[in-house]
Design a protein around this ligand. Structure first.
Ligand SMILES: NC(=O)c1ccc[n+]([C@@H]2O[C@H](COP(=O)([O-])OP(=O)(O)OC[C@H]3O[C@@H](n4cnc5c(N)ncnc54)[C@H](O)[C@@H]3O)[C@@H](O)[C@H]2O)c1
Length: 242
């Protein structure tokens, strides 16, 4: 496969694994991340198919300018994967800090919206595109003490449904992935107690590997995915029952 993909959050975790998977297929990858040093490290791992870009997805003008810069450098992307995200603080709803509520929503939900808004006009004009939004099982099930995260991920699932229907005849397919826990930087240092809690609801009793999420993302980003849009694909070791 050829072409160009934008992967946000590509400096780490799931985004890094997805970028590596795409490059394995010969796809040029734009590594979008606020952590430029991290994106450069991943770029060195991948080699010539990867180009790092410093981009904070909370800034609409920067997202638009980086889309234009990516087009100029690598050709118009036909794939966008929205993986950049944060967990935010762990706190009960009564004490959840409001500014952190806004921060989590602004990255996880509004950032995804901004990147989609930058990508969709070119994809529609070209009559083809694949957008993959990384949501979370938390957005379907809920998790205690991370209300902003859960709300943001439920909203990403809803955004995906809306865009899928809106763009259904345009050639641009929009789907989401809802992984269960994966041991990435998003959790910081995991204690054994926290790890046990994260695994308590997972029938397969292990974390999902970033490479497993990348495999699903690759299929959703490929022409082989041709009759699914607005859908959320489970990768939760049997946790999800719907
Ligand atoms: N790890 C899990 O257990 C898990 C489970 C379900 C869903 N997810 C989702 O998967 C996605 C990737 O998470 P991860 O586990 O790889 O986390 P991670 O912390 O390893 O990677 C997230 C990346 O996003 C980048 N980022 C954060 N804010 C940004 C901003 N404003 N602009 C640009 N980049 C920004 C970070 O620099 C980092 O490189 C997230 O959306 C997360 O919610 C993760």
């Amino acid at each position: 496969m050829s072409g160009t993909a934008v992967v946000t959050g590509a400096a780490s975790g799931l985004g890094r694994a997805i970028a590596r998977r795409f490059a394995k297929e010969g796809i040029k990858v734009a590594l979008w991340d606020v952590d430029l040093a991290g994106a450069k490290r991943v770029g060195e791992e991948i080699g010539t198919l990867a180009t790092p870009f410093a981009v904070d997805i909370t800034n609409t003008a920067v997202v638009g300018a980086t889309w234009a810069a990516t087009k100029a450098a690598l050709g118009t992307p036909s794939i966008l994967v929205n993986s950049a995200g944060i967990l935010g603080p762990s706190a009960g709803i009564a004490s959840y800090p409001e500014e952190q509520w806004h921060r989590v929503l602004d990255i996880n939900l509004n950032g995804t919206f901004r990147c989609c808004q930058a990508a969709v006009p070119d994809m529609v004009a070209g009559g083809y595109g694949r957008i993959v939004n990384i949501a979370s099982i938390a957005g379907k099930d809920g998790n205690p003490n991370v209300a902003a995260y859960v709300a943001s991920k439920a909203a990403v699932i809803a955004l995906t449904k809306s865009m899928g229907k809106e763009l259904a005849t345009s050639g641009v397919l929009v789907n989401a992935i809802s992984p269960s826990a994966s041991e990435t930087a998003i959790f910081g240092d995991l204690t054994d107690e926290r790890r046990a809690k994260l695994l308590a609801n997972v029938p397969m009793a292990r974390m999902v590997r970033p490479e497993e999420v990348a495999e699903l993302a690759f299929w959703l980003a490929s022409p082989a995915c041709s009759f699914s849009t607005g859908a959320t694909f489970d990768i939760s070791g049997g946790r999800a029952t719907y």
